[in-house]
Write a protein that binds this ligand. Structure first.
Ligand code: FA5
Length: 340
């Protein structure tokens, strides 16, 4: 067989095959085309390949090269036809059933209401000059209790009221043990340990307590801690900052009251309540930083004074958005969460 006859038959095969592969409409016709052109036994390509032995020796390289090219191009045509069959085509009906209907909307994620609240609170406090500070969620008893003037026998240190870590080195409650922080007041200590006054920070983060969940309690919640240390800071400064904060976050008509209370790390101490749904609801604690705390971090209580506060972030968020059950915030129910 001459080289030109060989090349002609290859050319014709390629034309035929491409035409057939381009018009297959089902798996069956695709398979039939594959067997016809690429079949290993009697496929058209195989038949032509058999002729290769009859080509003159000097023409064989060229003939072989062309044969391989056609083989690749037929394999490609087959692959393309197979892919097209898998894709839904307009001819399938569904895709063209109602081309003017709106498509399926993309579900976009958005920021959780508690995170939105945290950003909002940071922004309000930032406008009053409070920078943001951070502290670890896994704490040691020094920062969670001792430096905050909470003695060894204080009920707040009870293992039943805290999440101590089983991996901790020391015995539960003692130096060397570790726990999930139960309040963000730990950050007061961490900031004062490394900085000199004046200090004006807020710290927003998670805290953990083994409280039974109910409408206003959750075992994991967030607090906003505030700390201001300077010369001659008074209770009037504390009350003003909290009032300005409350009116900024909740509106001018918010009623806020300060109730005498006790915290080991502040003296005097107050509980901060907001009026909500015909009753006073506690939002946090506050007070003048106890001189014992200032001394524990190496400050001179004769030279500086300050105030601190710790507010429940979820309760603030709930008050603003009129959410009546804290558990809704952590239910993961998109029907609820997507409203914010
Ligand atoms: C404290 O945690 C003090 N560290 C606050 C403080 C800071 C006082 C600085 C003085 C100076 P208390 O345990 O009351 O205080 O908690 C503060 C607020 O956290 C509460 O008023 C409430 O709003 C919120 N809170 C407390 N427990 C929970 C809970 N289980 N779920 C949701 N919010 C809670």
């Amino acid at each position: 067989m001459s080289l030109s006859d060989f090349l002609d038959s290859l050319q014709k095969l390629q034309r035929d095959a491409q035409e057939v592969f381009a018009t297959v409409t089902s798996q069956e016709s695709l398979e039939a085309a594959r067997v016809r052109f690429l079949g290993a036994k009697n496929g058209a390509l195989k038949e032509i390949q058999k002729q290769l032995g009859r080509i003159a020796a000097e023409d064989k390289p060229q003939a072989g090269q062309r044969l391989n090219e056609i083989k690749r191009s037929l394999a490609d045509a087959f692959q393309q036809a197979a892919t097209l069959l898998e894709e839904p085509s307009v001819a399938d009906g569904k895709a063209v059933a109602a081309p003017t209907l709106p498509g399926t909307p993309l579900k976009l994620g958005h920021i959780h209401p508690v995170t939105q609240t945290i950003e909002h609170l940071k922004e309000i406090m930032g406008r009053m000059g409070f920078a943001t500070a951070e502290g670890p969620e896994v704490e040691d008893p020094w920062h969670n209790f001792v430096a905050l003037n909470i003695p060894e026998d204080h009920p707040a240190r009870d293992p039943l009221d805290n999440f101590y870590l089983a991996t901790a080195k020391g015995s539960v409650g003692e130096e060397g043990s570790q726990l999930l922080r139960s309040q963000t007041s730990t950050v007061q200590i961490r900031v004062m340990e490394v900085r000199r006054p004046p200090i004006r920070i807020v710290s927003l983060g998670r805290v953990y307590r083994p409280d039974d969940p109910d409408a206003t309690h959750f075992p994991m919640f967030h607090q906003m801690e505030g700390l201001l240390i300077d010369r001659q800071v008074t209770m009037a400064h504390l009350k003003t900052v909290l009032r300005v904060f409350a009116t900024n976050y909740l509106g001018k008509d918010v009623s806020i009251r300060f109730r005498p209370s006790f915290f080991p790390f502040t003296e005097p101490s107050v509980e901060v309540d907001f009026w909500w749904n015909d009753q006073w609801i506690e939002f946090g604690g506050a007070g003048m930083v106890d001189p014992a705390v200032l001394t524990a971090v190496g400050y001179d209580p004769e030279q500086v004074s300050g105030f601190a506060f710790g507010l429940g972030v979820e309760r603030l968020c709930m008050r603003r958005h009129n959410i009546t059950d804290i558990r809704d915030l952590y239910s993961g129910d998109m029907r609820f969460l997507s409203q914010f």
